[in-house]
Design a binder for this molecule. Structure first.
Ligand code: GRF
Length: 199
């Protein structure tokens, strides 16, 4: 049966948009049940609405993290959602929440973890003068930008590379890689049962 994905974002939502379009086009055998954000004015929510996807604003301000996460979990269950896809979500999920959905939460990070976890990873890799960085898709555990790696793709930093050109390269890889991993999971070629990648 076709999988149901919920997507969590805080910003632009370019990954969400690509995933949603790839679901609609049948490249990923799944549908997006809803898109949630901690910011009511996130650009990604506008994009979701334009695509006809239901959106949910999480009440972090009014109810704090515990209240916001309960609200998210309730909707996740109500909609019989299979996977929670983090795409630029800037809050840290609590250990309690991660435990409720262990093995069902994915994240994308714009570096080759375990290198450059945390924010501004593209810029930090560029400034550090590394020759190769990349993109990681992983399962989420209690630590930030940590958990079993599902897929990685390297990106070379050329001698003339500007931060802007590197960001473009990374985002292009992200869009391709996230959809590819979700396609594999949805088609049953990649099993992540029990929170571990299984061949
Ligand atoms: C991406 O670079 C992703 O790797 C990081 O946040 C960014 C989100 O971009 N976690 P967008 O909102 O999908 O455009």
């Amino acid at each position: 049966m076709s999988k149901r994905l919920a997507i969590l974002l805080s910003g632009k939502g370019s990954n969400m948009e690509t995933i949603a379009r790839n679901c609609a086009a049948g490249f990923i055998d799944a549908s997006v049940s809803f898109v949630a954000s901690d910011h009511s004015n996130a650009m990604g929510l506008e994009k979701a609405r334009a695509l006809g996807i239901p959106v949910l604003v999480l009440p972090y301000e009014e109810k704090g993290r515990a209240g916001a996460e309960s609200c998210l979990l309730e909707r996740f269950k109500q909609e019989e959602t299979d996977l929670l896809v983090l795409a630029g979500f800037m809050r840290i999920l609590s250990p309690w929440f991660v435990n409720q959905l262990r093995g069902k939460i994915l994240n994308i990070h714009p570096a080759l973890l375990p290198s450059f976890p945390g924010t501004n990873a593209i810029e930090r890799a560029w400034k550090a003068g590394t020759k190769i960085t990349g993109v990681t898709v992983h399962l989420v555990d209690e630590e930030v930008d940590h958990g079993p790696v599902l897929e990685q793709e390297p990106v070379r930093i050329d001698p003339e590379e500007t931060l802007e050109s590197l960001e473009r390269k990374i985002h292009n890889v992200e869009h391709r890689l996230y959809s590819r991993v979700l396609r594999e999971i949805a088609s049953g070629n990649l099993s992540i049962l029990g929170g571990k990648k299984q061949a």
